[in-house]
Design a protein around this ligand. Structure first.
Ligand SMILES: [Zn+2]
Ligand SMILES: [Zn+2]
Ligand SMILES: [Zn+2]
Ligand SMILES: [Zn+2]
Ligand SMILES: [Zn+2]
Ligand SMILES: [Zn+2]
Ligand SMILES: [Zn+2]
Length: 1755
C-alpha cells in the first residue's frame, strides 16, 4: 500500500505550541470580511488535522491517532470559534451565559438505543409521550400505572412539555422555579448585545459551511474559499451503506477489493453499517479508482452495486469537520436559551433563492442524499435547537409541513430505515396537539398526508380500486415504506380537539373527504368468486389489502371519535359518507333480475344475487364507516334532536344491508365448506375479518349495519332478504320443500350449517347491544362483557386478556378499569403465571352466542359453564342473559323476535326436531331456536316489568306462540311443539332449556293476568309517567349501590378479622406447618435402616459399624430382571452425567490450565474447577445399557447425513438420554457391594506405630520403583517391613464385567475432567475418579448446609443412590489402574503431611495450597494400594483411615489458623476461656513461633476458636458423608435433624474428640515436628506475603449475583454499557453473566473470539472461563434468561422478573413494570448450585426441537 505524503506529527505539534486561539479570535474581530477570514483558517488547518491516512493502523495506534486529532481539533479549530463568540476566555464566558439564561424548562434528553423510557398510562397525552429515567423517578407518574419500554434510539424526553401530559408535566428537576417566566419572553434579550451580534455572524458562517459541505456533490472540488493552499494527490475510496447488501456480501467483497484481512473487513463493514460510510482505501487517485472498480464489478451481479466514491482527502476532511462543527453548535446552545434562539433564527432565515432556501430547508431537502452519520448529527442538532424552542418549533413545523410531500417521496425512494430519515421527526411535531391542529388549519396537513399516501399507491383496477394482486417485490417494498404515512396521520388525530373552530371544522371535513376517497379505493378490493370444480391454481395476494386495513383501523376509529365531539362535523361527515357510499353502490342493483319473495303472509321485492356464484369482496370500509357514524348519531342523540338536518329519508335500508350481508353470508358459506377450492387465502381473510386486530372496523361494523337496516325495515322483509342471501329461502318457504331437498341433495350438512349460521346471525342482530349507541351502555360495559366472556372459557392471565381485547390508539384496552369488578386474581407460584378467575356472580351474564366467540371458544365456554352449573347443583340450561335496553333509534329491532317470518322459521325447525328420524336438522339448530325463543320471552318479561301496571305491552310473543303456525307450517303452535319436545328422549341435553322456557311462559302468563286485572287506572300522559319511572329506577339503583357498599364493608371486616386471628395464633400455625413438613420428609426418605440405639454410631476407624451384611437387590429398568449387586456378579450400572463445574470456585480468574500438563493430584483450596457427577438414579444391567447405547449410536449415524447433530445430546461425546426418564447422561456408574465389616479381632496400631510402619513401606516402595525405572540403585536398600511384599500383585476382586464398567466410568471422569482424549495409561486416571467423588460430596454438603437441611436423610433418593455408588466406586477404582501408579500417588499425598525418608519428593505443595478434604479422600482411597501388599494378616485398614483423618484434621486446623484474619472486630468475649479456646490459643502461639510476624498477634482464644469451629465444620460434615457412603455406616439420630448437638454428634460419628484441639494436644511430641515442617515450607511464607492465591476460611458459598428489585435499573445499566471492542459503541445485545456479574456484548460480530478453533460469541467464550462450559445469563433487552452448555447447547429460561400480574415479559413487549421475584431467582440459583443447568437444557431441547437448531455459540 502506498504511503502518501503527510505532515509528520512534529509539524503539527509545532503549530500546537505556537497557536493561540485568543489571538486568532482577535484577528477575526478586527477583520472586514469575517467569512473569508474564517474560511481561510479552515482551509489551512482542516485538511492537516482531520482524516490523515487510511485508518488501517493497529488498534492502539489508531486510538492514539484519534486522540491527537481530537486535541488538535479542539485547540486549532473550535477554540478560536469559542473565543470569538464570547469575546474572551470561553470557560468563564460560558458560565456567565449559563447563569444569565436560567435553566431550561424542558428536559429534552435524547435517548440512546436501548435506554429505558417511561410513559404514564394515566396521564400521557399519547403513548409517544415519554420520560427519561431521571425525570421519571422525580415525577409524580412513578406512582401511577406506567409503561416501560426500551428506546430504539432518537426521540427525546418530554418532561416539561405541558401538552404531553394531562397532569404532572414536569419532574422536580424541570419544574420552572419562577412560574411567571413561563410567559413568552424573548430569551435573546437576556444576552449581552455584543455576544448576540457575534453569535449571529459566527453561527451563520459555520452553519452555512456545514450545510454547503454536507450537501456537496462533487468529488474532487471544494466550495469557494476552501481550496487548500497546496493540493495533494491523496484520495479516499469511500464505501457507502445500503440496505440491499448483507454484511457477509460486503465483507467478502472488501477482502477481494482492497485485499484486507477478514478482521479488517468486518471492522469496515461494521462502520459502514453504523456511520453510513467508511473509507476503505487511501492513496492516489488511480489507486482508489482500482478498488472502486473491483467493488462495483463484484457487487453488480446480483443487484444494484454498492455505492463507492473516490473523494479528495481535503473534501473528506472538511466534511468530517462539518459534522464536528454541528456537534459543537449543539453543545454551545445548551448554555443559553438565547444562543439557541439565535441559531434557530439563523437556520430558518430565508436564503437568497427565496422559497425553501433557508439552511434548514436545504438540509431537509437533501436528507435522502446524505449518509447515515451526517443525518444523525444534523437531526440531533435540530432536536437540540428548533424542537426545544417554543417559538421556533412552530416555525419549523410549518417548514416541515410545507415540504412534507417532497420529504416523503424522497424517503420512499431512499432505502434507509425510517429512523435515519428526517421524516421520522414527524413524531416530535405532529403529536403536539396544538401544533397538529395549527398545521391542519394553516397547512391543510390532514389532506396533505392522505393525498401523499394515495398518490403513492398508483395500481388501480378499472373501477379505481387498489389492486395489490400483481405486486412486484419492489412495489411491496415501497408499500411497506408508504405505511409510515398512516403513522403520521395517526399522530395528528390521536387526541380529538377540545374545541372546534370554524376553520378546523372546514379543514377536518376536507381531510375527511379525502379520506373517503382513499376508502373508496378500498371498497370492494380483492373480490373473490367461488371456485367450483377445480381448486384455484395460485393463491391470490391478500395480505397487502389486509395490512392496509389493519393500519387504517385506528385511523377510522379516530375519525369517528373526532366526529362524535361536534354535532356539525358529525352531520356533515355522515352526509359525505352517505354520498360516497351511494357513488360506490350506484350500479349495485343494475342488471340484476328483480324478484318478489313471500313468506308467512308477507311479500318483499328484491333482486336476484347469489354469493356462491358472483363476485364478493370482504373490503367494505365505506359501508362500515357509515355504520359507525350512524351509531354515533344515536349515541350523541343528534338523530333525535336534529332529525331535519339528516338525510335519513334518503337511506334505502335494502341497499345499506346488501354488501355487509353478502360478506357475512360469505363467512357462513366458507364455514359450511362451500369455498374449499378457493384455498387458504380466503380462510386467512375470514380469520382476520373476525380477529381482534380488525374486527372493530370489519365484522363488528357489518353487524351494526345489519342492525341499522333491520331497525328501519319491516322485520319480516329483513328476514326474507337474509334468507334469500343465505340461499335458504326455498328451504323455508314451503314446508315440504325441505323434505324434497333433503332427498335430492347430498350436501345436507352444508345446508344445515348455513341454517345454523343464519340463526346465529339473527341472534346477534337482536341481541348484541353492548355498543354505546346501539344499546344503552357505557364503553366500559362493553369491555367488561368481553372480559367476562373470555373468563367464561377458563381463567386467564393478564396478557391473554389483553390480547383478546382491541386496543385503542393509545394502546389501552380499558381492561384494568373493570377487571377487578368481574374477576379475582390468583397469584402464581414459582412457575406459571398469575390468573384471573371470573367471580361466580358474573357467570349469570354468560351469553352462549356472544358474537366474538369462535366456534371453538363457544364449545369450550359451553362445556365449562355447564360443568360449573352441574357442580353447583343447578340445572344446565344456559338461557340468554338479560340484555340492556336498546337506544331509541334501534328500538324496533326487538320486533324481529316476534315477527311472523321468524315464528315460521322457529316452527319449522321445531317441527323437524319432533321427527328425529329425518336427520334434516341438528342440535345446534335447535339450540339456536330455543335461544331465540328465550330471548323473546325475556324481552316480554322485561317490558312487562318496566311498564308497571299502566300500559299495554306491545310485545306479545307469549300469546303469538300459542297460535298455530301460519302459512307454510301446517303443524301446531310453537308452544305446542315445545311441549311435545320436552319429553322427547333424544333431546336430553336441551331438556333443561325447554323446561326453562315453559316456566318462563307460565310466569309471563301469570304476570299478564295479574296486571290486566288491576290495570284500570290508565290516565296519565306518557311523558311525566316516564320521568316518574326514571326516578324510581334511580332510587332502586341507589339502594342497590348502598347494599353493595355495605356488603363490601362487611367483607373487608371479615378478612381483617381473619388476618388478626392468624397473627394471634402465628406460632400455632407455624408449628403445625413444621410438623406437617417434618412428617412429609420423614416418610419420603426413611433413613437407611436405623440400628439399635445402644450401638454407638461410628463411620470410620476400627470401631465403625455397618457394612456388608445387607444384600442389595436392584431391578434393571430395561429388562425388568432383578439382580443382586455383587463384585463377581453381573455388572449393574447407574446412568450418570459428569460435567466440569466452577460452582464452588473462589477464584474465577485462574486461567484454564493446559490439560496435557495439569497435575490434578492436589486440589487447590480455591476449588476453581471441579468435576461433578449426578444421576437420575435409574439402574440397568451393564449389558442392557451397552445394547441400548449402541442402538442410539446407530440411529444417530443413520440420520447424520441430513440432520447432523440435531439432537439434544451429543452421541459422539458419549451422551445419551436415560431410557426411562430421558435425563441427559454421558456415562454410567457401576454398582459395587458394601464394604466389609471391620475386623475387630486384630490389634490396631497407634498413630506413632502406624506412621512409622507406613513410612517404611513408602520408602521401600519408592526405592523399588526408582530401581525399576532407573535401573541402578544409588542408595542402600531401605529396610522392608515384616511381611510386606513389594512385588505382590493383589488379586482382583471383581468380575470382568464389573471391571469393565469401573474402567468406563474412570475414563469418563478423566475425559470430561481434563478435556482430553481417553488414555488408559495416563497415571491421572484414578485421580479424576477420586476428584469427582470429593467434589460432588463437597457441593452436596454446601447445598444441605445453605438450605438448612439435616446432613443425613434429606437428600432425594436419586442423589443418595448416586453418592453412595459414586463413593463405593471410587474406593474400588484403584484396582483398574496399575498398582504402582496408585502407590506413587499415595506417597506423594502423604508427603504433604509427613516427611518420607529417602524419597525424592521435593515438589510437595505447602498446606496452604491443598484442599484438605480432597487430600483426605485421595489418601484414604489410594491407601488400599499400599495396604494390599501387607501380607501380615492384620486387617488394619480401618485404623489407617482413622489415622489419616486425624492427621488431615490437624493439618486443616493449622491451615485455618494460618489464614486467620482479624476481619471485623466484634466484641471480645468476657469471662473464663473454655478449654478449646485456651488450646487454640496455644496452638496459634506455636504457629507464631514458627512464622513470626507473618501472623497477626491475637490473644483472644474465643475469636480464634469461633473461626476454627466454623471453618472445620464443613470439612467434618463432608468427611462424615464420605465415610458414611464408603463404609455404609448408618448415621446417628442427631444428624438426621438440625437440632442442637450437631457438633458433638458429628465428632463422635467420625470417632473424633469433640474438643478437636485434643488431637494436637494428645500427640504433641509426634505432631510438633510435623507442624514445624508445614510452617517452614517456603510456600507458606510466600502465600502469606501475597505471592499466591490465599483462600481464607470458612469459605463462603457462592451465590448468583444480586439483582436489582426494579428491572429498569438493569436496562439503564445495559444502555450505558458499550461494546468493549468497538470503541464506545453501544452494544446491541448486552448480556449479564449471573455468576460473576460481567456484562457482555453478545450476539454480535464485534465481540466474537476464537475458542478451540471456532469463532464464538461473547457469551459462549465467557462460559469457558467463568463456568467451565456452563453459563447463566440475563439478556437484558429481551428480559430472558439464557442457559448455555458448551458450544452447541442452550435454552431460554423464564426470567426472575414479573409484572404485577404475575407474568414475565420476554422481549419486553408489554412494558409493564417488572420486579424481581426472589423465589424464582432462588430457583435458578438452586438449579445452578445443584448442577442442573445441563439437564434443564436437555429437557428443553427434547421438548422443543427448534431450540436445537439455534446457533448458540454465536450468542
Ligand atoms: Zn428527562
Ligand atoms: Zn424532567
Ligand atoms: Zn401519571
Ligand atoms: Zn437388564
Ligand atoms: Zn433416568
Ligand atoms: Zn461470568
Ligand atoms: Zn461488541
Amino acid at each position: 500500500m502506498a504511503e502518501p505524503s503527510r505532515d509528520p506529527p512534529s509539524a503539527l505539534s509545532a503549530d500546537f505550541m505556537s497557536f493561540s486561539p485568543g489571538d486568532t479570535a482577535s484577528r477575526w474581530l478586527a477583520c472586514a470580511d469575517l467569512q473569508q477570514e474564517v474560511y481561510c483558517h479552515l482551509a489551512e488547518y482542516v485538511p492537516r488535522i482531520l482524516c490523515q491516512g487510511g485508518g488501517m493502523a493497529e488498534h492502539r495506534e489508531e486510538q492514539r491517532e484519534e486522540q491527537r486529532e481530537e486535541l488538535a481539533l479542539q485547540l486549532l479549530l473550535l477554540a478560536p470559534l469559542e473565543w470569538f463568540l464570547l469575546g474572551g476566555e470561553p470557560a468563564a464566558g460560558l458560565a456567565l451565559l449559563q447563569q444569565g439564561g436560567g435553566a431550561a424548562a424542558l428536559c429534552g434528553h435524547v435517548f440512546k438505543v436501548g435506554e429505558p423510557t417511561y410513559s404514564c398510562r394515566e396521564c400521557a397525552a399519547d403513548p409517544t409521550c415519554v420520560l427519561c429515567m431521571q425525570c421519571f423517578l422525580a415525577s409524580a407518574h412513578r406512582h401511577h400505572r406506567y409503561r416501560m419500554t426500551t428506546s430504539g434510539g432518537g426521540g427525546f424526553c418530554d418532561c416539561g412539555d405541558a401538552e404531553a401530559w394531562k397532569t404532572g408535566p414536569s419532574c422536580q428537576n424541570h419544574t420552572p422555579a419562577d412560574q411567571n417566566r413561563e410567559t413568552e419572553e424573548d430569551p435573546v434579550s437576556l444576552l449581552p448585545p455584543a455576544v448576540e451580534e457575534r453569535s449571529c455572524s459566527i453561527f451563520s458562517i459555520i452553519l452555512q459551511y456545514a450545510v454547503d459541505l454536507l450537501t456537496w456533490e462533487q468529488e474532487d472540488q471544494l466550495p469557494a474559499g476552501l481550496e487548500p493552499p497546496q493540493r495533494s494527490d491523496s484520495y479516499y475510496c469511500m464505501l457507502f451503506n445500503d440496505e440491499v447488501h448483507t454484511y457477509e456480501q460486503v465483507i467478502y467483497t472488501l477482502q477481494k477489493a482492497v485485499n484486507c484481512s477478514q478482521k479488517e473487513a468486518v471492522s469496515f463493514a461494521t462502520t459502514v453499517d453504523r456511520d453510513g460510510r467508511k473509507s476503505v482505501r487511501f492513496g492516489d487517485h488511480q489507486f482508489c479508482e482500482q478498488a472502486k472498480a473491483v467493488i462495483v464489478r463484484s457487487t453488480s451481479r446480483q443487484s444494484k452495486p454498492l455505492r463507492v466514491q473516490v473523494m479528495h482527502s481535503a473534501l473528506v476532511a472538511h466534511q468530517c469537520f462539518a459534522l464536528k462543527a454541528l456537534g459543537w453548535l449543539g453543545q454551545i446552545i445548551q448554555y443559553s436559551d438565547g444562543l439557541r434562539r439565535i441559531l434557530c433564527q439563523v437556520g430558518l432565515r430565508p436564503g437568497p433563492e427565496g422559497e425553501n432556501s433557508s439552511l434548514v430547508d436545504r438540509l431537509m431537502l437533501n436528507d435522502s442524499k446524505m449518509w447515515k452519520g451526517a443525518r444523525n448529527v444534523y437531526h440531533q442538532l435540530l432536536m437540540n435547537s428548533l424542537l426545544m424552542d417554543r417559538k421556533f418549533k412552530k416555525l419549523f413545523a410549518i417548514r416541515f409541513a410545507k415540504n412534507y410531500e417532497r420529504l416523503q417521496s424522497d424517503f420512499i425512494r431512499d432505502d434507509h430505515d425510517r429512523q435515519f430519515s428526517i421524516t421520522d421527526l414527524s413524531v416530535q411535531i405532529f403529536t403536539v396537539p396544538s401544533l397538529a391542529r395549527m398545521l391542519m388549519v394553516e397547512e391543510n396537513l390532514m389532506m396533505t398526508i392522505i393525498r401523499t399516501f394515495v398518490d403513492q399507491l398508483r395500481h388501480r383496477d378499472a373501477q379505481g380500486r387498489f389492486q395489490f394482486d400483481r405486486y412486484t417485490a419492489q412495489q411491496a417494498f415501497k408499500f411497506g415504506r408508504v405505511q409510515s404515512l398512516i403513522g403520521d396521520l395517526k399522530y395528528v388525530l390521536i387526541s380529538p380537539p377540545p374545541q372546534w373552530s370554524q376553520q378546523l371544522r372546514t379543514k377536518f371535513l376536507d381531510g375527511f373527504e379525502t379520506f373517503l376517497d382513499l376508502l373508496r379505493c378500498m371498497q370492494g378490493m380483492d373480490p373473490v368468486v367461488r371456485q367450483v370444480g377445480q381448486h384455484i391454481e395460485m393463491e391470490p395476494e391478500w395480505e397487502a389489502a389486509f395490512t392496509l386495513q389493519m393500519k387504517l383501523t385506528h385511523i377510522i376509529t379516530m375519525m369517528q371519535e373526532w366526529c362524535s365531539t361536534d354535532e356539525h362535523v358529525l352531520i356533515e361527515a355522515y352526509k359525505k359518507c352517505l354520498s360516497a357510499l351511494s357513488q360506490c353502490q350506484g350500479g349495485l342493483p343494475d342488471g340484476e333480475q328483480p324478484i318478489s319473495l313471500s313468506l308467512a303472509g308477507h311479500t318483499v321485492d328484491t333482486f336476484r344475487y347469489q354469493v356462491s356464484q358472483e363476485k364478493v369482496s370482504i373490503h367494505l370500509p365505506v359501508c362500515r364507516l357509515l355504520a359507525g357514524l350512524h351509531v354515533l348519531l344515536s349515541k350523541t342523540e343528534v338523530a333525535s334532536r336534529l332529525p331535519e338536518q339528516l338525510p335519513l329519508g334518503e337511506l334505502s335500508p335494502h341497499l345499506l344491508i346488501e354488501l355487509p350481508l353478502r360478506c357475512l353470508v360469505l363467512c357462513a358459506q366458507v364455514h359450511a365448506g362451500m369455498w374449499r377450492r378457493n384455498g387458504f387465502s380466503l380462510i386467512n381473510q375470514i380469520y382476520y375479518y373476525h380477529n381482534v386486530k380488525c374486527r372493530v372496523e370489519m365484522f363488528d361494523k357489518d353487524l351494526a349495519m345489519l342492525q341499522v337496516g333491520a331497525s328501519m325495515m319491516d322485520p319480516n322483509h329483513f328476514l326474507m332478504i337474509v334468507l334469500s342471501r343465505f340461499e335458504l329461502f326455498h328451504t323455508f318457504s314451503a314446508a315440504d320443500l325441505r323434505r324434497r331437498y333433503r332427498e335430492a341433495n347430498k350436501d345436507l350438512a352444508q345446508q344445515n350449517t348455513l341454517i345454523e349460521e343464519m340463526l346465529h346471525l339473527i341472534i346477534m342482530v337482536v341481541g348484541e347491544r353492548y355498543v354505546p349507541g346501539v344499546g344503552q351502555v357505557e364503553l366500559l360495559d362493553e369491555v367488561r362483557r368481553e372480559i367476562l366472556h373470555q373468563l367464561c372459557i377458563r381463567p386467564m392471565a393478564h396478557s391473554e386478556l389483553v390480547k383478546a381485547l382491541p386496543e385503542n390508539g393509545n394502546k389501552e384496552t380499558g381492561l384494568e378499569r373493570v377487571i377487578d369488578s368481574v374477576a379475582s386474581f390468583r397469584k402464581p407460584g414459582v412457575t406459571g403465571r398469575g390468573l384471573y378467575e371470573l367471580r361466580p356472580e358474573w357467570s349469570k351474564r354468560f351469553d352462549l352466542y356472544f358474537h366474538h366467540y369462535s366456534r371453538a371458544d363457544q364449545s369450550k365456554a359451553e362445556e365449562a359453564q355447564r360443568n360449573l352449573r352441574r357442580q353447583n347443583g343447578e340445572d344446565t340450561a344456559l338461557p340468554p342473559p338479560r340484555p340492556p335496553p336498546l337506544c331509541p333509534l334501534f328500538g324496533s329491532l326487538v320486533n324481529l323476535l316476534q315477527c311472523d317470518a321468524l315464528l315460521a322459521l322457529e316452527g319449522a325447525v321445531l317441527q323437524w326436531a319432533v321427527e328425529p328420524s329425518g336427520g334434516g336438522w341438528t342440535e345446534s339448530m335447535l339450540q339456536r331456536v330455543l335461544h331465540l325463543v328465550a330471548m323473546a320471552l325475556l324481552e316480554e318479561q322485561q317490558q312487562l316489568e318496566s311498564s308497571g301496571a299502566d300500559e299495554d305491552v306491545s310485545f306479545t310473543f307469549s300469546t303469538r306462540i300459542t297460535r298455530p303456525g301460519e302459512a307454510p307450517s301446517t303443524s301446531g303452535s310453537v308452544l305446542a311443539l315445545l311441549e311435545s319436545l320436552q319429553n322427547a328422549p333424544h333431546l336430553e341435553v336441551h331438556k333443561d332449556m325447554i323446561t326453562w322456557i315453559l316456566k318462563m311462559v307460565g310466569n309471563i302468563k301469570t304476570t299478564r293476568e295479574r296486571t290486566s286485572g288491576s290495570s284500570v287506572s290508565v290516565s296519565h300522559g306518557r311523558r311525566p309517567e316516564e320521568s316518574v319511572r326514571d326516578k324510581d329506577k334511580a332510587e332502586r339503583k341507589r339502594k342497590a349501590e348502598m347494599a353493595r357498599l355495605r356488603r363490601e364493608k362487611v367483607m373487608a371486616q371479615m378478612s381483617e378479622m381473619q388476618k388478626h386471628f392468624i397473627n394471634e395464633n402465628k406460632e400455632l400455625f407455624q408449628q403445625s406447618m413444621e410438623d406437617l413438613e417434618a412428617a412429609a420428609t420423614a416418610t419420603e426418605h426413611s433413613p437407611p435402616s436405623l440400628e439399635p440405639t445402644c450401638v454407638a454410631h461410628i463411620c470410620v476407624g476400627p470401631m465403625r459399624v455397618g457394612g456388608a451384611e445387607r444384600r442389595q437387590l436392584v431391578t434393571c429398568i430395561l429388562c425388568q430382571e432383578e439382580q443382586e449387586v455383587r463384585g463377581h456378579g453381573r455388572a449393574m450400572v447407574l446412568a450418570a452425567f459428569i460435567q466440569r463445574s466452577t460452582v464452588l470456585s473462589k477464584n474465577r480468574s485462574r486461567g484454564i490450565p493446559d490439560p496435557e500438563r495439569l497435575d490434578p493430584l492436589f486440589m487447590h483450596p480455591d476449588l476453581s474447577v471441579g468435576v461433578h457427577t449426578a444421576s437420575c438414579g435409574h439402574i440397568m444391567h451393564a449389558t442392557c445399557w451397552q445394547r441400548y447405547f449402541e442402538a442410539v449410536q446407530q440411529k444417530e449415524q443413520r440420520r447424520q447425513q441430513r440432520l447432523r447433530g440435531h439432537t439434544s445430546y451429543d452421541v459422539e461425546n458419549g451422551e445419551f438420554l436415560c431410557p426411562l426418564c430421558e435425563c441427559l447422561s454421558n456415562t454410567v456408574i457401576p454398582l459395587l457391594p458394601h464394604a466389609c465389616s471391620p475386623d475387630r479381632s486384630v490389634e490396631h496400631p497407634c498413630l506413632e506405630t502406624w506412621l512409622k510402619r507406613t513410612n517404611q513401606q513408602a520408602a521401600a516402595l519408592g526405592f523399588t520403583h526408582r530401581k525399576q525405572s532407573h535401573g541402578a540403585a544409588q542408595q542402600v536398600e531401605p529396610a522392608v517391613p515384616d511381611r510386606f511384599r513389594v512385588g505382590f500383585d493383589p488379586q482382583n476382586s471383581f468380575s470382568s464385567g464389573v471391571g469393565e464398567m469401573i474402567n468406563t466410568f474412570s475414563m469418563s471422569a478423566y475425559k470430561v475432567g481434563l478435556k482430553v482424549n481417553p488414555n488408559e495409561q495416563d497415571p491421572r486416571v484414578p485421580v479424576l475418579s477420586w476428584s469427582t467423588c470429593a467434589y460432588t460430596l463437597q457441593s452436596t454438603e454446601r447445598l444441605l448446609m445453605d438450605e438448612k437441611k439435616p446432613l443425613f436423610g434429606s437428600l432425594p433418593c436419586r442423589q443418595d443412590d448416586c453418592l453412595s455408588s459414586l463413593t463405593r466406586f471410587s474406593s474400588a477404582c484403584w484396582t483398574a489402574a496399575p498398582i504402582r501408579t496408585v502407590q506413587n500417588h499415595f506417597i506423594r499425598l502423604l508427603s504433604v503431611l509427613v516427611p518420607i525418608p529417602d524419597s525424592q519428593l521435593e515438589d510437595a505443595p505447602c498446606i496452604l495450597d491443598v484442599d484438605m478434604f480432597h487430600l483426605l479422600v485421595y489418601s484414604v482411597l489410594s491407601y488400599s494400594s499400599l495396604h494390599s501388599l501387607d501380607q501380615s494378616g492384620r486387617r488394619s485398614v480401618d485404623s489407617a483411615h482413622l489415622h489419616l483423618l486425624h492427621l488431615v484434621t490437624v493439618a486443616h486446623l493449622v491451615q485455618v489458623l494460618l489464614t486467620f484474619t482479624t476481619g471485623e472486630l466484634s466484641m471480645d468475649q468476657d469471662g473464663e476461656e473454655s478449654e478449646e479456646e485456651q488450646l487454640t490459643c496455644q496452638l496459634y502461639g506455636r504457629l507464631r513461633d514458627h512464622l513470626g510476624r507473618c501472623l497477626p498477634d491475637i490473644s483472644c482464644g474465643w475469636r480464634l476458636w469461633r473461626c476454627v469451629r466454623a471453618s472445620v465444620l464443613p470439612f467434618l460434615r463432608t468427611a462424615a458423608l464420605f465415610f458414611h457412603y464408603m463404609n455404609s455406616a448408618s448415621p446417628p439420630a442427631d444428624l438426621l435433624g438440625t437440632g442442637p448437638g450437631q457438633w458433638e454428634a458429628l465428632c463422635s460419628y467420625l470417632s473424633l474428640p469433640s474438643n478437636l484441639l485434643l488431637l494436637y494436644q494428645n500427640q504433641r511430641t509426634l505432631l510438633e515436628p510435623l507442624i514445624h515442617r508445614w510452617c517452614c515450607h517456603p510456600g507458606v511464607g510466600q502465600v502469606l506475603h501475597g505471592g499466591g492465591v490465599l483462600v481464607r476460611f470458612p469459605r463462603e458459598s457462592n451465590r448468583l449475583i444480586d439483582l436489582p428489585e426494579d428491572y429498569s435499573i438493569l436496562i439503564n445499566q445495559a444502555s450505558s454499557f458499550t461494546c468493549p471492542r468497538s470503541g464506545g459503541d453501544k452494544s446491541r445485545a448486552p448480556t449479564l453473566c449471573l455468576v460473576c456479574g460481567c456484562m457482555l456484548c453478545s450476539q454480535s460480530y464485534c465481540c466474537q473470539t476464537e475458542v478451540e478453533g471456532e469463532d464464538v460469541g461473547a457469551c459462549t467464550a465467557h462460559t469457558f472461563t467463568c463456568g467451565a462450559g456452563i453459563g447463566l445469563f440475563l439478556r437484558v433487552r429481551e428480559s430472558q434468561v439464557l442457559f448455555v452448555a458448551g458450544k452447541t447447547k442452550g435454552c431460554f429460561y423464564p426470567p426472575p422478573y414479573l409484572d404485577d400480574y404475575g407474568e414475565t415479559d420476554p422481549g419486553l413487549k408489554r412494558g409493564n413494570p417488572l420486579h424481581l421475584c426472589s423465589e424464582r431467582y432462588q430457583k435458578i440459583e438452586r438449579l445452578w448450585r445443584q448442577h442442573g443447568i445441563a439437564e434443564v437444557i436437555g429437557h428443553a431441547q427434547e421438548a422443543n426441537q427448534t431450540l436445537v437448531a439455534i446457533d448458540w455459540q454465536h450468542l
